[in-house]
Design a protein around this ligand. Structure first.
Ligand code: SAH
Length: 250
């Protein structure tokens, strides 16, 4: 019998709308026989599910997802593992490679890039990422707070625009408040802040404010939001945030 190809495709499906899912991602979904996903993302890829074996998991079951993907691929199935945005950015990508390495499984793993939340949200805010930026996740589930704090302060001191993923949740409001306190030590209160919730998904909301006013919007900031905090050169014009690249205009 011919040996079946053992392969996992890790697919970034973009922020939500089908318009922002790449052609390569669509093709990978079509060509796979098994789809492994976090439950709520299934909604976002509905058109691709017909005739597939679907495994939908809860949050925090990432290791189980990765192990199942390896197991099914070993059996010769073509497995697609889904992450929202880009799978390599706080997604399933690294974990699948880590599990394969740990188990010594030399299965082919292909990664299909997707539009990550930071980039999608930036587009709705104008051009806030016109200069160097740092992405920081405020989730302290996998990273201790003291390390998050150190990185936040370092990114602020170094002048990076900040792209904050996982900014807050009902259980992590305190982390968010402490993070804002640190940022305020280094950035002026007029610093532009963009809050984007559900970019390119149902319930999309875009808020443009400043660091000084951010507390007013605390209730809007949850796991469905990404924050972009400008650098000292960033400014607001005509309801957009702009971070200059450095051109001298005359
Ligand atoms: N792999 C994903 C990130 C997963 S971490 C990516 O590349 O986009 C989850 C965090 O991503 C959320 O807490 C939120 O901060 C951000 N996020 C994901 N999708 C989003 C969207 N459509 N709108 C705003 N933020 C989003």
């Amino acid at each position: 019998m011919m040996e079946k190809k053992q392969k996992i495709t890790v697919v970034g499906i973009g922020p939500g709308s089908e318009k922002h899912l790449t052609k390569a991602a669509a093709r990978a979904l079509k060509e796979s026989s098994v789809i492994i996903s976090y439950g709520s993302y299934i909604e976002l890829i509905k058109p691709f599910l017909k005739g597939k074996e679907i495994y939908s998991f809860e949050m925090k079951e990432e290791k189980e997802r990765a192990k199942l993907a390896l197991k099914l691929a070993e059996k010769g199935k073509s497995v697609a593992v889904i992450s929202s945005g880009d799978a390599g950015v706080y997604g399933m990508g690294s974990l699948i490679f880590e599990c394969a390495a740990k188990e010594g499984k030399k299965i082919e793993i292909e990664v299909i890039p997707g539009i990550t939340a930071g980039i999608a949200c930036a587009s709705l805010l104008g051009a806030p990422l016109g200069n160097d930026f740092a992405t920081i996740s405020l989730s302290n589930l996998l990273m201790p707070w003291r390390e998050i704090k150190r990185r936040l302060a370092a990114a602020c001191k170094s002048g990076f625009v900040l792209v904050i993923y996982n900014p807050s949740s009902s259980k992590r409001k305190e982390v968010f408040r402490k993070a804002i306190k640190i940022i305020k030590k280094y950035r002026e209160s007029k610093t532009p802040v963009g809050i984007v919730k559900n970019a390119f998904r149902k319930g999309e909301k875009v808020i443009i404010t400043t660091l000084g006013e951010i507390e007013k919007f605390e209730n809007e900031i949850d796991m469905l939001a990404t924050l972009i905090i400008g650098n000292p050169q960033s400014f607001i014009f005509n309801k957009k945030i702009i971070t200059p690249r450095g051109y001298k205009l005359d």
